[in-house]
Design a protein around this ligand. Structure first.
Ligand SMILES: Cc1ncc(C[n+]2csc(CCOP(=O)(O)OP(=O)(O)O)c2C)c(N)n1
Length: 308
């Protein structure tokens, strides 16, 4: 899929709900890096700056009975699923009101049918098992799992794809291919392609090359329906980009690579498309996150008593 001339006929910005969510995630992630910089958050964090549109595009394609498995870079996945920035920030900061009482932190969130893990590749076999369960108990539901391109270096990915394909399971694998794993460019460690690897197991593959959420949805909707109705695993590969460091201050990329990513950022594209509407929405979400940070920082520490 590419941004074709047909896109020119669309309104320049996505609808208000999508735009607000994109900007909420953007400002949430920027605020986290800022809080880390000030020494007000401990532990680690991996922001999804540049990749926000991936879960926002998928949001209406995933239903309440579906399961979503996220990874170390999962704040956007969570916010697109629940739009609960207060619960997530409280979780990351260990404050009252935290989604998992502050014991999960940035990477390990469990809520309803949503679960994230910092262990690369861990979630795919779990999602495959859940997909089997859904096939047997809740036809029409699916298990969706987000992984990065670097996670194709984990053997568990292949075991899961093999079984999902052989047993015809409703598994949706979303690959956020940002071209780098921590500090290793994917071109330096991956032989062949994600498509070749998915198709080797009989899993369908679809590549997304745009950040236009409306277009992405239109293209993916029938494919995701097929996962549900035909129990056929699908690998959707988003050609995307990481704007920020891998974690906090660990960006090893040459400056021109980062500049190129910034030049192709959805944020810049939308800001140019409709500057006034964009600026209004942007400021509203920036202010929303600033107020949230102040409010959550003022909360008492979350107390978790394992014996209670
Ligand atoms: C099993 C395992 N090995 C190593 C790590 C350390 N680690 C965390 S993220 C990461 C790179 C992940 O790259 P990718 O899957 O491309 O996702 P991205 O960070 O680019 O979103 C590594 C090596 C880990 N979390 N789990």
């Amino acid at each position: 899929m590419t941004e074709s001339s047909a896109v020119l006929a669309r309104p320049p910005l996505p609808d208000d709900g999508d735009l607000d969510l994109l900007l909420l995630i953007r400002h949430f992630e920027l605020a986290l890096l800022d809080l880390f910089g000030q020494g007000r958050i401990d532990g680690t964090t991996h922001t999804c700056l540049g990749q926000e549109y991936v879960p926002v595009s998928l949001r209406p394609l995933l239903g309440e009975t579906d399961y979503v498995f996220s990874n170390h870079r999962g704040h956007g996945h969570y916010l697109a699923r629940f739009e609960d920035p207060a619960g997530l920030l409280a979780e990351i900061m260990g404050r009252e009101g935290a989604v998992c009482r502050g014991v999960g932190g940035s990477q390990h969130i469990f809520r309803d049918r949503y679960m994230s893990t910092g262990v690369q590749g861990e979630s795919l076999p779990v999602a495959t098992g859940v997909a089997l369960h859904l096939k047997n108990t809740s036809p029409g539901s699916l298990a969706c799992v987000y992984i990065g391109d670097g996670t194709w270096g984990e053997g568990a990915v292949y075991e899961a794809l093999n079984i999902a394909s052989l047993w015809r399971l409703p598994l949706l694998v979303v690959v956020e291919h940002n071209g780098i794993a921590q500090s290793t460019p994917t071109a330096r460690q991956m032989a062949g392609t994600v498509r070749g690897r998915a198709e080797a197991f009989g899993a369908r593959h679809y590549r997304v090359d745009t950040s236009d959420v409306t277009l992405i949805r239109e293209e993916l909707a029938p494919l995701v329906s097929e996962v549900r109705l035909e129990n056929r695993p699908l690998v959707v590969e988003f050609a995307t980009q990481r704007l920020g460091p891998h974690s906090k201050g660990d960006d090893t990329r040459p400056r021109e690579v980062v500049r190129d990513a910034e030049a192709h950022d959805w944020y810049r594209r939308l800001a140019q498309a409709d500057p006034r509407r964009f600026a209004r929405a942007d400021e509203a979400q920036r202010a929303r996150v600033a107020a949230l940070v102040e409010e959550v920082c003022a909360r008492p520490q979350s107390r978790w008593d394992p014996c209670a």
